[in-house]
Ligand binder design. Structure first.
Ligand code: AMP
Ligand code: ZN
Length: 468
């Protein structure tokens, strides 16, 4: 399996530190608001990659943090007159709801920055002792020049960076020894949440949080570190500097970065007003549609969000689900008995879609091409499994299709919904009316159900319904 590694800018064969195990860290959201669909992109693509690693038999220790102390959280709290803790707790809970609705598996651990302060104080102390950090008036800075490899991930040259920064001195940071130095710990301002430390009552910088949480839950060296491409510089570059200097060993072997999600071909931003939360989308679509939409592009390609593409994703999901539904029907009502040679051959061919799918995913998690294999399988199933096909054949193909769906986190067979009692009664009444050849009444009931958002379909296997 190959992964495109931002560190080397090449696709590299994946070799884990420990055979059969993967240690993976994904930078999580800052929780001051409902997550937007841009935040959903890394969640969905790296959850899919994790599922694929598990399908290949790896045991994955998947860690994704919540940044729960930050200027934006403090501002949101002040605006509402509540504590930062309350804001963070609320939006962590909301984020978890959105993740569940997108079928993103919970991480092995979801650490929160504010619960890891001791580890941060310890790492910062170590960096000061070893000369990689220094204190100025209660603020601790990382001495970037003390780490010779700085800039390796973002492929930036230190001198260029330094001259670029010279013009941009941030007010209040004049005491820095070098414009590239960044904050590890900063003193509180009036009314802000704070923790005790040897340097000041204050709070950690954003970058140190991830270095400490990765170390605590995954170890000094990890296999894969992932996040959106905007994090490459400075966030991930700073994480590497801190962790490597603190631990004395390389930090992460593979760095994966997803490209951005745009809306109507423009960068998604709050100020432009072209901004959707996952919750907004859930009002119009099953979030499985959003998931399929995200997977329809390679994770390193920019992806444009538009109404047309979402409609296309909806149609694609329906195509998969219709095929799965049909396979389930045949698995329940098809022909009994063992498979003949022809049926066995069809099943064998269907199973060959799995290695084809794996081949696409092995190529730097190419979900777009892997999805194309799923649609090939759907076409194959539609052609080869008729209503009267053997139950065992339909069951075999359904297992292949649901298996591939699971890897992508797509639920191809949603649980059969239980209808409200009232609706069930109406369907029964319509059946009675039809039996009594009272078609006017039967049609009336059908129309009434339609008005309630339930469409009835008369099929050979009986009456079916779906929500419209
Ligand atoms: P944040 O809450 O801004 O720290 O972002 C959480 C994660 O979402 C990070 O991995 C970001 O890179 C990612 N992210 C934010 N906006 C977008 C976007 N428009 N497209 C793709 N990823 C994004
Ligand atoms: Zn991070």
């Amino acid at each position: 399996m190959k992964i495109f590694n931002t560190l080397t800018m090449t696709k590299q064969e994946f070799v884990p530190i420990e055979p059969g195990k993967v240690r993976m860290y994904v930078c999580g959201p800052t929780v001051y608001n409902l997550i937007h669909i841009g935040n959903a992109r890394p969640m969905i693509v790296f959850d899919t990659f994790r599922r694929y690693l598990e399908h290949k038999g790896y045991e994955v220790n998947y860690v994704s943090n919540f940044t729960d102390v930050d200027d934006k959280i403090i501002r949101a709290a002040a605006a509402e007159g509540v504590t930062a803790e309350e804001i963070a707790a609320r939006y962590i809970a909301e984020c978890k709801k959105d993740m569940a609705a997108m079928n993103v598996k919970p991480a092995t651990t979801h650490p929160q920055a504010t619960k890891e302060i001791d580890g941060m104080v310890a790492m910062i102390s170590g960096l000061i002792e070893s000369g990689h950090a220094y204190v100025r008036n209660g603020t601790v800075y990382f001495a970037t020049r003390s780490f010779a490899e700085y800039g390796e991930l973002s492929h930036k040259n230190l001198d260029d960076l330094r001259s670029g920064f010279r013009e941009l001195k941030v007010s209040g940071e004049e005491e820095k020894e070098d414009p590239l130095d960044f904050v590890l710990w900063k003193p509180k301002k009036e009314g802000e949440p704070f923790w005790n430390s040897p340097w000041s009552e204050g709070r950690p910088g954003w970058h140190i949080e991830c270095s400490v949480m990765a170390k605590r839950y995954l170890g000094d060296t990890i296999d894969i570190h992932a996040g959106g491409e905007d994090l490459i510089f400075p966030h991930h570059e700073n994480e590497i500097a801190q962790s490597t200097c603190a631990n004395g060993v390389p930090f992460a072997h593979y760095w994966m970065h997803n490209a951005f999600l745009n809306i109507d071909n423009r960068k998604m931003s709050k100020s432009l007003g072209n901004f959707f939360t996952v919750r907004d989308i859930s009002k119009k679509y099953d979030l499985q549609v959003l998931r399929l939409f995200m997977l329809s592009a390679h994770y390193r390609s920019p992806l444009n969000f538009s109404a047309e593409l979402m409609e296309a994703a909806k149609t694609s999901l329906e195509r998969i689900r219709t095929a799965a539904d049909h396979l389930r029907d045949v698995a329940e009502n098809g022909a009994d008995g063992p498979l003949d040679d022809a049926a066995r051959k069809i099943l064998e061919e269907a199973r060959a879609f799995v290695p084809a799918f794996d081949g696409k995913m092995d190529d730097d998690c190419n979900t777009a091409d892997a999805l194309a294999v799923v649609f090939d399988l759907v076409r194959f199933a539609n052609i080869n499994v008729t209503d009267s096909a053997p139950k065992k054949l339909a069951r075999g193909l359904l297992d292949v299709l649901t298996g591939l769906g699971d890897i992508l986190g797509l639920i191809v067979l949603p649980k059969k919904e239980t209808l409200d009692e009232d609706i069930e009664k109406q369907i029964e009444a319509r059946q009675e009316a039809r039996k009594a050849r009272n078609f006017a009444l039967a049609d009336e009931i059908r129309d009434r159900l339609k008005a309630q958002g339930i469409e009835l379909l008369d099929t050979r296997e009986g009456v079916k319904w779906r929500r419209i």
